[in-house]
Design a protein around this ligand. Sequence first.
Ligand code: PMP
Length: 381
Amino acid sequence: QDKSYLMIPGPTPVPPSVVAAMTAPMFGHRSEDFQAMHKEIIGKLQKLFQTQNEIYVLTSSGTGGMESAVANTVSPGDKVLTLVGGKFGERWSELANQYGAEVIELNYEWGTCVDPQAVQEQLAANPDIKVVFATQNETSTGVTNDIEALGKIVAQTPALFVVDGVSGVGGIEIKVDEWNVDILTTGSQKSLMLPPGLAIQSISDKAWKKIEENKSPRYYFSLLKARKQYPKWNTAYTPAVSLFVGLNAALDMILNEGLDNVYARHKLMRDATRAAIRALGLNLMTDDAYASPVVTSVYAPEGIGADDIRKVLKQEYNITFAGGQAKLKNKILRIAHMGFADKMDIIIAVSGLEMALQKVGYPVELGAGVKAAQQVFLGVL
Ligand code: PMP
């Protein structure tokens, strides 16, 4: 079926103009054309990241970008702090463990955000912490953490502040310089509206100092090697040229819409989705205070498997929601509204959900969720 509605938190739908851009004939990655495009892309990314820092576009999935951040900053035996409230926070711990770090894990309940005060206490108790690893948008639970507050705290210490922005950047505001983010690492296939295959990261001066003295083995992900090529707008190895072309086009879309408008659009989709879920009598996993603008987690009704609802959605309406991961498996639905998404996507999602709920034996008032979403969009709720 060609007509499908992909509403998972990555990969996300790619806009037709970006697809079209990526069909351009291949060109060499050592050519002047590539260098000119690379320079343009970095300028646009600096606007998106709100930073003067150098930004590296790696040919890799999002996890590769996370590994690059760890491999380049963590030496064996270093004490690091990971903030863990979901599957992607756990990934920081796993990576840091692989690189021989002494990992202090600050666990916060899945579905809530990390308390900056608790981070401050950990840093005070462990002044030898070298790196703090955080997640901007915890995709597994639908929580957005307060990066500004965390950055302010970490900046007062010698520790680096490394942030996974894989699912949030492009949909949720980030201010790398003002918020003291030493490394922000993101991915192409979520709010940036591209296919999978790129990881993008900014590196602060404070981070470069640590990277230079780092003792972990690195080859493909050596940022020092990448930095040698940077002034020439080259990459160390063959980059995914077509994805770079797509990135250039996607960044144009984002910057032409305007960052403030992009962020407001995502918050509006979040608010409409949440109003609809409440109108249907279902339970949201997260509080309003830290609910993600790009993905909404919803508990399945008592006694009904979330995956049964997803199956009906897929089979009957060709709508794909994500399910729960790890301990949330079969318990929640995750409705993504990130990147190339707008009001009518929410109407489709909610309308399909209402019908699917009916079919799995959880009768709802048809149209109640759609109406609530419409009211949010019209500003009358
Ligand atoms: N971090 C976050 C917050 C994510 O959402 C994801 C992807 N779901 C990743 C990291 C990993 O990215 P990838 O699957 O591209 O390696």
